[in-house]
Write a protein that binds this ligand. Sequence first.
Ligand SMILES: Cc1cc2nc3c(=O)[nH]c(=O)nc-3n(C[C@H](O)[C@H](O)[C@H](O)COP(=O)(O)OP(=O)(O)OC[C@H]3O[C@@H](n4cnc5c(N)ncnc54)[C@H](O)[C@@H]3O)c2cc1C
Ligand SMILES: *[C@@H]1O[C@H](CO)[C@@H](O)[C@H](O)[C@H]1NC(C)=O
Ligand SMILES: *[C@@H]1O[C@H](CO)[C@@H](O)[C@H](O)[C@H]1NC(C)=O
Ligand SMILES: CC(=O)N[C@H]1CO[C@H](CO)[C@@H](O)[C@@H]1O
Ligand SMILES: CC(=O)N[C@H]1CO[C@H](CO)[C@@H](O)[C@@H]1O
Length: 429
Amino acid sequence: MNSVFHIIVRRLSTQQNHYKLVVIGAGCGGLACASKLAKKLPKDSIAIIDKNDTHIYQPGWTLVGAGLKTAEELEKPQSQFIPQNTTWIQSYANKIEPEKNLVQLDDGRKISYEYLIVAAGIEMNFDKIKGAVDALDNDPQHVISIYTRKYVRNVFNTLNNFRGGQAIFTFPMMPIKCPGAPQKIMYLAEDLFRRNNVRDKITVMYNTSLPVIFGVKKYAAALMEIVKERNIQLNTRLNLVEVRAKSKEAIFENLDQPGTMKTFKYDVLHIGVPMQPFEFLAKSPLADANGFVDVVKETLQHKKFPNVFGIGDCTNIPTSKTAAAIAGSNSILVRNLSNLMFGTNHPVHKYDGYTSCPLVTGYNKCILAEFDFDGNPLETLPINQAKERRLSYILKKDVMPTMYWKMLITGNWNGPAVFRKLFRLGGAK
Ligand SMILES: Cc1cc2nc3c(=O)[nH]c(=O)nc-3n(C[C@H](O)[C@H](O)[C@H](O)COP(=O)(O)OP(=O)(O)OC[C@H]3O[C@@H](n4cnc5c(N)ncnc54)[C@H](O)[C@@H]3O)c2cc1C
Ligand SMILES: *[C@@H]1O[C@H](CO)[C@@H](O)[C@H](O)[C@H]1NC(C)=O
Ligand SMILES: *[C@@H]1O[C@H](CO)[C@@H](O)[C@H](O)[C@H]1NC(C)=O
Ligand SMILES: CC(=O)N[C@H]1CO[C@H](CO)[C@@H](O)[C@@H]1O
Ligand SMILES: CC(=O)N[C@H]1CO[C@H](CO)[C@@H](O)[C@@H]1O
């Protein structure tokens, strides 16, 4: 007893509690920055805080729902990706005190830093829809979602076994990560129903809280064509608020007449999950009024605390929340922060809001949306990416996952602008 006590005391007292740089979150954004900075800083300068021991390639979940990939192949042990010479602190952060340069962990430990990167992602909250969790847990033949590790495993079975009735796909209130995903799975499902020769027995419906099918005009126009051609019913300004699994009813609020509900019968219901900032961030001095980390959108530097940066889904950067947005901004954060750390003055580009959404529209086609803060297309390839193409599908299914694992989160990615320049120099467009 006594000796165990002494070992614990010794371990606690030799644990390092101060780091030059602390990174909260070892997801896409945290690793994309930490792995670049690890190459520039001495051993033991960086601590990465994240309790989760599994790294998941979330963009692949859409394809899992369509039976094109397995959930397992998207998951790898986090230990493979924590960069060399950094310290992985396997806890969750539960409080940030930026005035004192302190992060408190869920085990009570306090870690101090000179510089901080916040990359904790965004929290999914099915509880905002009454009855949703119960339906997802107990009625997976009818109620599904690609949005979590647990529920994504049921999606393909349900869609593939569906023989007739009404299939409703929902899009929640913004902000959510990957706003394209709730309709990608719909197009894939619709294609699957055709392949299974049951399409004529099924009504396919997309009920979205937005006033339009997609926020960027160029791609919205292309998607509207597809929706018409494939006989998909689009209902706008409807927000799912309740699922009644027993009677298979989905209750939506009409956002144009707040408080007015509209009930739809479903046979399959795919839920786009509402999201919210993690509470520890929303409560921290780093948050804006909506709970997101308040950064300058061009530089990713915090508006009040210049030694703090934010990247990815946890920030209030006004672009759509994707891994692609991280790929478009991580080099900017790293350069800016390096200037600050080393007192250098290397030129830094301003982040233009680059984000991307590969809108998979079927089992072999995809619209590759890429755009900036203002919704202007920012296409990488020297072709019209609003057209459905097999090439874009292959990029999404086979190329992007490899780029994610081998380049983005391992610090070997310098942004898509390089490719844009390359193709333009090649003479196209
Ligand atoms: C179904 C689906 C489809 C998608 N499709 C695409 C797509 O086609 N293209 C695309 O570019 N993007 C897509 N995305 C979005 C993309 O996955 C995210 O935008 C990206 O992962 C965001 O990275 P992040 O680092 O901000 O958050 P995450 O990658 O989610 O990482 C956050 C990390 O923070 C950790 N964390 C949480 N709380 C704490 C805490 N308190 N303390 C410490 N650590 C904490 C978590 O464990 C996690 O490891 C999709 C997402 C989903 C769910
Ligand atoms: C890790 O993340 C996955 C996917 O979001 C989640 O299912 C799991 O519960 C998390 N594990 C821990 C220890 O937080
Ligand atoms: C890790 O640190 C050691 C000792 O400082 C150094 O020799 C080694 O090159 C570093 N590894 C990487 C990948 O930077
Ligand atoms: C309550 C309701 O059904 N509202 C709208 C849903 O979307 C369609 C098409 O955009 C509208 O015509 C409905 O009024
Ligand atoms: C320290 C540093 O390099 N800061 C720069 C961050 O990026 C902005 C926008 O490009 C510059 O104005 C800052 O000087």
